[in-house]
Design a protein around this ligand. Structure first.
Ligand code: GLN
Length: 192
């Protein structure tokens, strides 16, 4: 299995370390041809406007959209924003997932925080019971899901922080910044 990590900006290196720890071959994706032969792709956290502008500048928008029609893509934080259809402002989006996102939604006091999440699919896929300890950094909220997208997890007040649409995955938080590999394993289970 060969998984790409979009390496234009943000914390792509941490995803690569985690994938390698799971024995997965990885490729840093900066140009359209780097997508050739990949089985899946991770879009990291960072700054979604910067990732979008760079993706447009490197002619990656259309190749990424085409890739997502057939292959698994997982966006973490800024990556989730980039995968979405609507962020209520003008910035380049892949529009692959039927999710509406609000950027920086947790406000100043809670700009960064951690929370234990209950994610039934994750427990089922990995055969574990422990809650998932999630790290949020100036995180977006998934305001709503529509079409084929469904909610995977919420924070205790009910706001949506993870969603899935077939082989597409979006999380507001950063599994690559923990030592818990379960979310990466879950993503790999969506790759065929
Ligand atoms: N606040 C960033 C954005 O709106 C996302 C932050 C992150 O990826 N940790 O793009």
């Amino acid at each position: 299995m060969k998984i790409g990590v979009l390496a234009l900006q943000g914390d792509f290196a941490e995803h690569i370390v985690m994938l390698r720890s799971l024995g997965v071959e990885t490729v840093e994706v900066r140009l359209p041809e780097h997508l050739n032969g990949l089985d899946g792709l991770i879009i990291p956290g960072g700054e979604s406007t910067t990732i979008g502008k760079l993706a447009a500048a490197y002619n990656l928008m259309e190749p990424l959209q085409t890739f997502g029609q057939r292959h698994a893509i997982w966006g973490t934080c800024a990556g989730a924003i980039f995968l979405s259809k609507d962020v209520s402002r003008d910035q380049p989006l892949l529009s692959l997932m039927d999710i509406k996102v609000e950027r920086n939604a947790f406000g100043r006091q809670l700009d960064s925080f951690e929370a234990d999440l209950d994610i039934p699919e994750l427990k089922q896929a990995t055969g574990t019971e422990a809650p998932y300890h999630a790290i949020f950094i100036r995180a977006p909220i998934i305001e709503s899901v529509s079409g084929g997208a469904r909610v995977l997890s919420t924070v205790p007040d009910g706001r949506i922080v993870a969603a899935q649409q077939g082989h597409l995955l979006a999380t507001s938080f950063h599994p690559e910044l923990t030592n818990d590999t379960r979310f990466h394993e879950y993503f790999l289970s969506l790759v065929d």
